[in-house]
Design a protein around this ligand. Sequence first.
Ligand SMILES: [Zn+2]
Length: 146
Amino acid sequence: MRYEAASAADYRAKGLPWNWPNFTPEEMASHKGKGPLVIETEFMDRLQKLRLMYGRPMIINSAYRTPEYNDQVSGSGRTGAHTERAVDVRVYGTHAFELVAIAIGLGFTGIGFSQAPKTPHAQRFVHLDDIPAKHPHNPRPMIWSY
Ligand SMILES: [Zn+2]
């Protein structure tokens, strides 16, 4: 299922389902939580399963982005994974590797690793998405670094 709302507040006002207790509509919404929200329930179920298996808080830096917003903040332009089903989780060190190992087992197919040694810990993250392969030059699953 796919649910759409003009904002996290609108999502709540509409009474749309929220079955992912470790996440909030605000942290999944575009424009750093202040913009529109598109929820793919299959992706959110996978994310919640990951959170339970990981067993620690997962700080979401960025999740859904409108095509316009994604074009502003990412080289992936108007069609990047964040316009469909993706999150960036603020995590570093061994926890980042644990998170990735569990994510692969759960069927996340796009894993971006931003863990450069000189980057402050607070700026390191892991990107996770489960979009299908769309192009022969973009096989899935895949792991990349930034
Ligand atoms: Zn990302």
